[in-house]
Write a protein that binds this ligand. Structure first.
Ligand code: ZN
Length: 250
């Protein structure tokens, strides 16, 4: 079974389309949330996510844009984008977002969990090795797939040593991938990266592919039409910062 693992699309239709075009064949989609917020095409991206189906976890921006959370913890730009998204979402899409389940979700038959932030807090940013160790040792899952940080990579432990996982690519501008063999006796926290707003200094859209039969997780990057995504953000009157950051990947 091959799963296309996507997260943090953030209403970036150009990035999502590039990912779907570049992705190797998959059997189902695992979506780790933040489908909307920040970008200019929340309705189109929500529709696409619905038609892709699969396992879908809600993100904090999905919750906020559906009107289920107040915006006081959001930055000014994020809050402004959330209010704009609320104003433009169709009732059907808002309802769909409002009813997405919070993680952790399971995939029956596989020893893994799907979360937005962490298994213990959907809003937690998992960014340190120490915290990753604590999360992994408290969990029975072999693999925890997470998003939220917009940073591709992750963490592993074999019970004795902890590792930070960082994919290495030979190209900085073309489509590229990096394979991680999943080892027996180890536990993993794996982040596919952000489709629509990467923050790991790489502007390319990020995604992952998990091959259960081969026991391999592959990180992918793919170039997309950033200029068009920026043009739409500016045309929508969203904060310019949200357009500018796409090109630096920060
Ligand atoms: Zn996000």
């Amino acid at each position: 079974m091959r799963a296309l693992v996507i997260s943090d699309i953030h209403a970036n239709l150009q990035a999502l389309e590039a990912v779907l075009q570049a992705a190797p064949p998959w059997d189902e989609v695992w979506n780790l949330g933040d489908i909307v917020g920040y970008g200019a095409n929340p309705n189109e991206v929500a529709q696409k996510a619905q038609s892709l189906g699969g396992v879908i976890v809600r993100g904090n921006h999905d919750r906020a844009c559906a009107g289920l959370a107040d915006l006081e913890d959001f930055s000014e730009a994020a809050a402004e984008a959330a209010r704009w998204t609320q104003s433009i979402l169709t009732a059907g899409n808002r309802n769909w977002l409002a009813n997405l389940p919070r993680g952790p979700l399971q995939r029956p038959g596989l020893p893994l969990q799907l979360v937005h932030g962490s298994p213990f807090d959907e809003d937690e940013y998992l960014a340190s090795r120490g915290r990753a160790h604590a999360v992994l040792t408290a969990s029975a899952a072999k693999i925890i797939l997470f998003g939220h940080t917009h940073i591709q990579g992750g963490f592993a432990t074999n019970g004795e040593e902890d590792f930070r996982l960082v994919p290495h690519f030979s190209s900085a501008s073309e489509a590229d991938w990096f394979e991680l063999p999943v080892r027996r006796g180890a536990q993993y926290l794996l982040n596919p990266g952000s489709v629509g707003q990467p923050r790991d200094s790489d502007w390319r859209a990020a995604f992952g592919l998990f091959d259960d039969a081969q026991d391999v997780f592959t990180w992918h990057r793919v170039p997309y039409d950033v200029s068009e995504a920026q043009r739409r953000i500016r045309r929508a009157g969203l904060p310019d910062f949200l357009a500018a950051r796409l090109v630096t990947g920060q």
